[in-house]
Ligand binder design. Structure first.
Ligand code: NAP
Ligand code: 8YV
Length: 325
């Protein structure tokens, strides 16, 4: 007996890895291409059993999800899922999956790259050569170095641990803050972020976005970090109070910042762009072809598991499988 194909809504661009992995195995519907979204949802909404999200910038909240009465799974690209109301999904019997672990090493590499660029001014040094300034004078010695620094990790989860391992190899001292001490982690633990900020000169931020971390790096934390302080944000723009950071950089309350993520990305405040002593990346933590392919594969595999009646591979904690009664 032929098995009936299940209906899946793809939100976002037609990424070849997603379309190639799903076409022929499920009935794919393309949300982005519908001219009249309301009419489209009216037509196919009741059929949709799963949603595949191609990027992390599609806001998926309760009112959006409630348009699909038979929805059972949302398979999201990226490990961070602060763009999805996972609590609402859990309360309505919908499993949310993300793409953890397959990007840990790539994001940790980027974090170290951003940290070294910020401390040792590598992007500025490159600009110096291209501007033809080297024959006239050597590039100035950098005031900052990683050597002798203590890095306070804000978050010590999957990616945090991969970053910490690299920091140790670079001779940096590592301590951390999270809401709970992390099992199997022997670095010094600070229950209070402010206490850690006072004791370190570098913050490496790698916590999830969302309400519980919003603006946790505020003016008070930046002041505690002090004038040698360097902030590296690999997490989400929402974790830092961006105006407070700009103020702290302008007033030299802290020394510098390296940012891969921004509050309103891809818009970056002009004030940051105008500062030559900060390093700005366009959210490239996981952005190699190989790692993005592994993330796409996990989006596809989570959808196929659902389509075949199997358990999801990587459900998020708010929507455990099997669901709690
Ligand atoms: P994870 O394994 O879930 O680790 C999260 C860590 O943050 C844990 O140590 C957790 O410990 C801590 N944490 C969570 N909420 C907190 C809070 N309110 N206050 C203090 N600490 C808190 O996550 P991961 O896989 O390492 O990923 C972390 C995040 O990195 C993602 O959610 C995503 O936003 C970001 N990310 C960015 C990029 C990029 O391209 N820039 C790429 C990948 C991921 P407790 O629960 O004990 O607090
Ligand atoms: C994503 C990320 O690739 O996984 C995450 O949480 O931030 C990145 O790896 C990025 O959000 C693009 O959608």
């Amino acid at each position: 007996m032929a098995i009936e194909k299940r209906d899946v809504l793809l939100i976002g661009a037609r990424k070849p890895a997603l379309v190639g992995g799903l076409e022929g195995k499920v009935n794919l519907h393309y949300y982005l291409e519908a001219k009249d979204k309301d009419a489209f949802v009216k037509e196919v909404g009741a059929k949709i059993g799963a949603i595949a999200l191609a990027y992390t910038n599609n806001k998926v909240d309760g009112p959006f999800l409630s348009q699909f009465p038979n929805l059972k799974q949302v398979s999201s690209f990226g490990v961070g899922y602060d763009h999805i109301d996972a609590k609402w999904a859990g309360e309505h019997g919908i499993i949310v999956t993300n793409t953890p672990d397959v990007l840990n090493e790539e994001v940790a590499d980027t974090a170290l790259g951003l940290l070294l660029c910020t401390l040792r001014e590598f992007p500025q040094a490159d600009r110096y050569v291209r501007a033809g300034k080297w024959p006239k004078a050597a590039y100035p010695l950098t005031k900052a170095t990683l050597q002798g620094r203590t890095v306070g990790m804000v978050g010590m989860g999957r990616i945090g641990r991969a970053i910490a391992k690299r920091l140790e190899a670079f001779n940096a001292k590592v301590v951390y803050h999270s809401r709970n001490p992390q099992s199997g982690v022997e670095y010094k633990y600070y229950p209070k972020l402010l206490d850690m900020a006072r004791d370190v000169d570098t913050l490496m931020i790698i916590v999830p976005g969302g309400a519980s971390t919003k603006n946790m790096i505020n003016a008070e934390v930046l002041k505690a970090l002090g004038p040698q302080g360097v902030v590296i944000n690999m997490a989400r723009g929402s974790v830092i109070d961006e105006p407070a950071l700009i103020e702290a950089l302008k007033n030299k309350t802290i020394y510098s910042a390296g940012l891969d993520v921004f509050a309103n990305e891809p818009q970056v405040p002009q004030e940051l762009i105008d500062m030559d002593h900060v390093v700005l990346f366009p959210h490239v933590g996981s952005a190699s072809e190989a790692t993005r392919a592994a993330m796409d594969r996990l989006v596809v595999d989570n959808i196929l598991a659902w389509a075949e009646g199997k358990p999801p591979l990587t459900p998020v904690p708010e929507t455990p499988y099997p669901p709690k009664k």
